[in-house]
Design a protein around this ligand. Structure first.
Ligand code: ADP
Ligand code: MG
Length: 238
């Protein structure tokens, strides 16, 4: 397990600077939530941490290690996407075990990890189904399960609940909170939903136009917003 550190981290697409030199230290085991309006750079930031986008400037440290040039699969990071990104023709078991199989892990270890993750997520009874035979919430559990089996140092979540209906979103929010309590792994979570941010986060990072507006605990942001943007964003009902 590890935390991660961003040092003046930036990202440009051509002339467009999408992430503008962010400094942030996330401690080991912290649940950090990035919020901000659509297009402010949340996904880009996560993708850089995951190694799916190249860093344009600054440093990305995972634990003590500088990771700018380390390939995605060697970073010890697992990312869960909004779209789930499951393989439609594979069963739940195959979806969850696929990464470990590619990594040539022994079969009994794979089996143990898949069943343990399925237990945590209450999907043991779904292992032989295919994604088309699952509800949205069940699919998202499989996507999270696929991340858990990899024993990542850091979990990254990019709006994982935004395709679910409101009631299920509340339920899954509680499950994610519990998952964090159980695993104790560092989690970085992106959302544009203030309530999700307030309930999940140890600390919230408010982003706008690729810049950090404020970093603080939910209570700090709620009671002491440093500017109108933060006040509007955190205070506005959804
Ligand atoms: P968010 O996740 O907060 O909605 P994104 O990180 O997806 O924001 O996008 C931030 C900005 O970067 C947007 O202006 C978007 O159009 C731009 N962007 C994202 N990916 C690319 C890309 N591959 N090429 C060019 N521009 C991109
Ligand atoms: Mg996004």
């Amino acid at each position: 397990m590890a935390g991660f550190t961003l040092k003046n981290l930036s990202k440009s697409y051509g002339a467009l600077e999408v992430i503008k030199g962010i400094d942030l230290e996330v401690r080991d085991g912290e649940f950090i939530v990035f919020v901000g309006p659509s297009g402010c750079g949340k996904s880009t930031l996560l993708r850089m941490i995951a190694g799916l986008e190249e860093v344009s400037g600054g440093d990305l440290m995972i634990g003590e290690k500088r990771c700018n040039d380390i390939p995605a699969k060697a970073r010890g990071i697992a990312m869960v996407f909004q779209s789930y990104a499951l393989y439609p023709h594979k069963t739940v078991y195959e979806n969850m075990s696929f990464g470990l199989k590619l990594a040539k892990r022994p079969k009994d270890e794979i089996d143990r990890k898949v069943r343990a993750a399925a237990g945590i997520l209450h999907i043991e009874h779904l292992l032989e189904r295919r994604p088309s035979q699952l509800s949205g919430g069940q699919r998202q559990r499989v996507a999270i399960g696929r991340a858990i089996v990899r024993d990542p140092q850091v979990f990254l979540f990019d709006e994982p609940l935004s395709n679910l209906d409101a009631a299920l979103r509340v339920h899954m929010r509680l499950e994610l909170s519990k998952l964090h309590d159980d695993l104790g792994t560092t989690m970085a979570y992106v959302t544009h939903d203030q309530i999700e941010a307030m309930t999940l986060a140890d600390r919230i990072v408010v982003l706008d136009h690729g810049d950090v507006q404020q970093v603080g605990t939910p209570l700090e942001l709620y009671h002491l917003p440093q500017n109108l943007f933060v006040a509007g964003f955190i205070g506005s009902p959804k």
